[in-house]
Ligand binder design. Structure first.
Ligand code: 2P0
Length: 349
């Protein structure tokens, strides 16, 4: 009975975030320090998310992690390892600064079991590492009682994960110093309630080139990446923030699509090139341009990350018509194993 009383269990859920200004390129690979600041939108909790349960119990003799029921070797996974180490270090530091009793200090080293589940395809360019490390970091923080901004720890797990630690519209700041490269909420999730996102899953297969390796190769070989970091991103973030503040969809959409185009231009400028988009992605881009042209105004914008799947932004009054058009042009496959489509209701902010 005594043993049961000492079991502690915390469950947390973290959503994915969609980058409007893209993170592509690292200043430091170990710390996941980005070469440029980025800006994203975090989805709602009930949309695409990772649910993570962390447990401590007296019977546990080592840390264990399962992701989608698959056992992960922490010792072979430096990112997982660093999250555990960092969270325990912060817990100890906090306990010491609060003059905690020896018992509480001891509890920082208790063994932890983790069960993590995604409700969407893993590693298919849908930011599963972002929601995954955000959920893990937050859950460990709750379990160990660590206070304060933990986005720097989530970042060590996966760069973009730091942005999923905040809701709404989020900026991840570049810095040469680890402690300053954190995610900050720009405006919260209630700011632009008319904004909608559709996610078109073109392929749920794992991407052939992980973002980490892709970024490495781009940093080494792409001259366009250097130009972007120095001359494009700082100004673009400023303009995007203004567009978000003023809820200027036309300007938001222009930046969103130009950013996506530039990310994939850099991928093609990388040597050998990185091809994340496929012919369906190209068709979706063409669909967006012709839809806007038919409407006589900008009603929809696309963005693609390191994969062929599309994120389409629109506004509530246009969502139904857009959904109908998408269904006509890109009917979901019958078995829905490869191509599926979610409605605005499911993905509204
Ligand atoms: C982003 N992406 O800003 C960009 C756009 C993909 C394209 O962040 O190596 O999985 O773990 O820091 O965060 C994907 O990169 O890379 C990514 P790591 P991560 O969302």
């Amino acid at each position: 009975m005594q043993e049961e009383e000492q079991v502690r269990k915390i469950t947390c859920c973290a959503p994915i975030n969609i980058a409007i200004i893209k993170y592509w390129g690292k200043l430091c690979e170990v710390e996941n320090l980005p070469l440029n600041s980025s800006f994203s939108i975090t989805l709602n909790y009930h949309d695409l998310c990772t649910t993570t349960t962390v447990t401590t119990a007296p019977s546990y003799v080592k840390d264990q992690v399962y992701v989608n029921d698959l056992w992960q070797d922490i010792n072979e996974n430096p990112r997982l390892k660093v999250c555990f180490e960092e969270m325990r270090r912060l817990a100890r530091k906090q306990a010491i600064s609060e003059n905690a009793a020896a018992k509480e200090l001891m509890s920082c080293s208790k063994k932890i079991h983790v069960q993590s589940v995604n409700n969407f395809p893993t590693k298919a360019g849908l930011a599963s590492s972002a929601s995954g490390y955000a959920a893990l970091t937050f859950a460990l923080g709750q379990l160990l009682g660590v206070k304060g901004d933990l986005s720097g720890v989530a970042r060590r797990g996966s760069g973009s994960a730091c942005r999923s630690m905040c809701g709404g519209f989020v900026e991840w700041l570049k810095s040469e110093e680890s402690k300053n490269s954190t995610a900050k909420q720009f405006v919260d999730e209630t700011h632009w309630p008319e904004l909608r996102v559709f996610i078109l899953v073109v392929s749920s297969k794992q991407k052939s080139f992980g973002s980490t390796v892709g970024m490495q190769r781009s940093v080494e070989t792409s001259a366009l990446l250097k130009h972007r970091i120095e001359n494009i991103v700082p100004h673009r973030i400023k303009v995007l923030k203004q567009a978000v503040l003023e809820k200027d969809f036309c300007l938001f959409a222009e930046i969103c699509m130009k950013e996506s185009n530039q990310l994939h231009a850099i991928c093609m400028d990388t040597f050998p090139p990185l091809r994340y988009l496929n012919n369906v992605s190209e068709k979706i881009m063409n669909f967006v341009y012709s839809y806007n042209e038919r409407c006589g105004s900008t009603r929809v914008a696309y963005t693609f990350d390191a994969g062929p799947n599309a994120f389409l932004f629109t506004l509530a009054p246009f969502a139904e018509d857009l959904a109908n058009q998408i269904y006509q042009v890109f009917p979901p496959s019958k078995d829905c194993t490869d191509t599926f489509f979610k409605t605005t209701e499911e993905f509204s902010f």
